[in-house]
Ligand binder design. Structure first.
Ligand code: SF4
Length: 377
């Protein structure tokens, strides 16, 4: 698996999806037809709504290798819009998840989806009118300010060259005065964002890491240089940006690696266009480790020492987390704009304080992010 990384171009579904499956009840949607037209070189078949794609790929999770090349266009029968499943034990940012599909065509060794999902294929929801109706209701039924993201159960943009969902969501958000949409990605599939009337309501975000982690542990993702070039292009198109150092991973040369990425970030991207930057050290459900090591036996970052947290996830010991955070924060604080909100994802209030955040910063996180979203436009 590790051979399929940055020796080649970043992920393009046009070259990686081998087969598309369409649920019978979705085959006549105009949106489905548009996607199939864009994907006309990829074979597809209609399957019954209660059937599953037959990949002939053995049991989960080994079938993931094959599943990531197979795309099911289907109906979401549940809710599209839900609060992010944070935990009460750690400080959370009150994010709202817009669920556009399940599973991701890229393949990060640490990806929690490997333990969270039970289907190996990619699902993308084509009942987009139901999605928009729910989003409209959420944005108009309360005066609460929502930060909404589509990157919880998949990558926000990796399939966008086929689905063009951004061309629907971005203009839809344009007039929503009480919300912003964050599209979070490790791809550079930004072509459809060009020329959209976004009204400053969509934030384009990239996850960043140390270069060696990006090269070794994030298969089919774009390189640092490619991600930052795409960010500059989006800033030129007037979009606000955000970045996520998540997961921060302990590895040989981590100090130099994270320093390099941060220097490169601020020498490339306009700092005053960045609404927020998050940090989150590696954390994972116990069930993830055997799955990831089974799929990626050469990966070695799972062999460090971890402690089981109150949310039943393994984390690095507190001292190591603080050491890594302090280093990264030191590099960021030298360069960041005063409008950018730096925050931790899923950390305790004690860690916030130990890392030099002012009193109340953790408790006020949702407000501070809302302010940052409004300030950087
Ligand atoms: S890009 Fe995100 S969703 Fe996709 S495999 Fe990597 S961690 Fe998982």
């Amino acid at each position: 698996m590790h051979s399929e990384n940055h020796s080649k171009k970043p992920y393009d579904p046009a070259h990686h999806i081998q087969r598309i499956y369409v649920q019978e009840s979705c085959k006549d949607f105009s949106y489905t037809k548009e996607i199939l037209e864009r994907a006309r070189h990829i074979p597809y078949e209609i399957i019954a709504d209660d059937a599953i794609p037959d990949l002939h790929a053995g049991p989960y999770p080994h079938s993931l290798n094959t599943g990531k090349h197979h795309l099911l266009l289907c109906r979401n029968r549940g809710h599209f819009f839900k609060p992010c499943p944070g935990t009460k034990e750690y400080r959370c940012c009150d994010y709202q998840v817009l669920n556009i599909g399940m599973n991701c065509p890229m393949d990060c060794v640490y990806c929690i989806l490997q333990a969270y999902l039970n289907n190996p294929w990619l699902s993308f929801f084509v009942n987009v009118e139901d999605l928009l109706a729910e989003l409209e209701l959420a944005c108009t039924s309360t005066s609460q300010f929502w930060r909404i993201g589509t990157g919880e159960f998949t990558d926000s943009l990796a399939l966008d060259s086929l689905t063009a969902l951004s061309t629907i969501l971005v203009p839809f958000m344009r007039d929503k005065k009480t919300a912003v949409l964050e599209l979070k990605t490790k791809s550079v599939a930004i072509d459809h964002l060009s020329g959209l009337d976004h009204g400053g309501r969509t934030i384009i975000a990239w996850s960043l890491n140390s270069p060696s982690i990006m090269a070794r542990e994030e298969i089919r993702t774009a390189s640092l240089e490619e991600r930052l070039a795409a960010a500059v292009q989006c800033a030129d198109w007037g979009y606000t940006l955000a970045f996520h150092f998540d997961p921060v991973i302990y590895h040989d040369g981590w100090r130099e690696g994270y320093s390099h990425t941060i220097k490169k970030l601020f020498s490339t991207v306009p700092a005053d266009k960045i609404a927020w930057i998050s940090l989150g050290a590696l954390r994972f459900l116990p069930s993830l480790r055997p799955i990831a090591l089974g799929r990626f036996p050469k990966s070695n970052f799972f062999h460090e020492e971890f402690v089981l947290g109150l949310d039943n996830k393994y984390r690095y010991f507190r001292g190591l987390r603080v050491e890594m955070y302090q280093h990264i924060l030191g590099e960021l604080r030298k360069r960041v704009s005063h409008n950018t909100c730096i925050y931790f994802c899923m950390e305790s209030d004690e860690i916030w304080q130990e890392c030099g955040f002012p009193e109340g910063a953790a408790q006020n996180l949702p407000d501070n992010l809302d302010k940052a979203a409004k300030a950087v436009r």
